[in-house]
Design a protein around this ligand. Structure first.
Ligand code: SF4
Ligand code: SF4
Length: 96
């Protein structure tokens, strides 16, 4: 289980500031910041504490099993963001 950020995200970083394990990305210093449409939660690092839910001003964060039907695919969207990032990082390391 993990928490998931869905479509309403306005990127105000309230959740980033409060997350105890720093598993929400991207931040302005990240290479993929410019192309990201929203923020995402890394399901491999999220500890399911839930504190980000109340910090979000637009109700964009849900436990994955409680995602509204229309946003159910956002569990994959969040996971794939980090898979792509890890894959890109591996590509860069293999080229070094
Ligand atoms: S549930 Fe907790 S660990 Fe997971 S993203 Fe939210 S604040 Fe971070
Ligand atoms: S608190 Fe909500 S709106 Fe703000 S960045 Fe996080 S998910 Fe997006």
């Amino acid at each position: 289980m993990a928490y998931v950020i869905a479509a309403p995200c306005i990127g105000d970083y309230s959740c980033v500031e409060i997350c105890p394990v720093d598993c929400i990305s991207p931040e302005p210093r990240d290479a993929d910041f410019r192309t990201a449409e929203q923020l995402y939660i890394d399901p491999k690092r999220c500890i399911d504490c839930g504190v980000c839910v109340e910090a979000c001003p637009v109700l964009a964060i849900y436990e994955d099993r409680n995602l509204p039907e229309k946003w159910r695919h956002y569990a994959d969207v969040n996971r794939e963001f980090f898979e792509h990032r890890r894959s890109a990082s591996g590509d860069m390391q293999s080229r070094a």
